[in-house]
Design a protein around this ligand. Sequence first.
Ligand code: AMP
Ligand code: ZN
Ligand code: FE
Ligand code: FE
Length: 271
Amino acid sequence: MTADLHIHTNASDGKYTPEELVMQAREAGLTYVSITDHDTVAGLRQLISHRVGLKIIPGLELSTDLANREVHILAYSFDMDHPQLCSELEKIVEDRFLRVKKMVKKLNSLGYAVDYDHILEIAGQATSVGRPHVAKALVERGYFKQVGDAFLGLLEKNGPAYVPHYKMSPETAIRLVHCAGGIPVIAHPGLIGDDSFVLHLIQEGAKGLEVYHPKHDQFQTDKYLNLAQARNLLITGGSDFHGIQGRFPERLGEFTIPDALAVALAKVSLH
Ligand code: AMP
Ligand code: ZN
Ligand code: FE
Ligand code: FE
């Protein structure tokens, strides 16, 4: 009985549709999953009328815009139709399109002949567009071998073609999730690279820690497990699956967490 509480669909920067992912999850024997797209619940909505025989916990991964850090706030078991949440998400995804336009401008002035329409074509039906779509365009145009190389050279935080996200602080993101009746969780705290900031976010109302994440080593996993237990926080985890070849995990079911952790989050579930 295993769960995966961090999965991206093609509503943001994942490869597969929500329906395909649910099928894959079922085949992998998962019992609880959460779709956690960047700044959108469009993928999740597609599953409302899709009866599949496994528990789907409403999820979301909010991007924030700190100057020197990448902080993601996961949300679980919130009201998907909460008016304030919906209107914020609308503004954020609209800004993501503008952001891509700005990245195209920067890239053009750096001599990279990418165009906005090509990126939109690559993004397909994504509601939430972002750097991975821009990186794919750079690869398709032959500038880089792999998406990761485009990030390294250009798109990384504060890199030459980087454009910040919509202005939302992690503290505001945490408040917004509470407001929508959900559980705010600090995503991959090990990638924040500053535990005093993690403690600050707990102070600000984060109710869970994503202890289990493929980019955490054993030391980080143990450290955040201890922290979560000491602070009485929910313990979450998941694969952060995007369906990208060469990036672990390559398949759903390769990185899972015990069901019991998902049960605690499943205050509200679609099925
Ligand atoms: P965005 O929200 O548009 O800033 O894009 C962030 C997403 O880009 C992350 O969630 C990852 O999926 C992806 N990403 C970030 N860094 C890298 C990297 N070095 N290589 C490949 N993908 C990356
Ligand atoms: Zn992503
Ligand atoms: Fe993340
Ligand atoms: Fe993620």
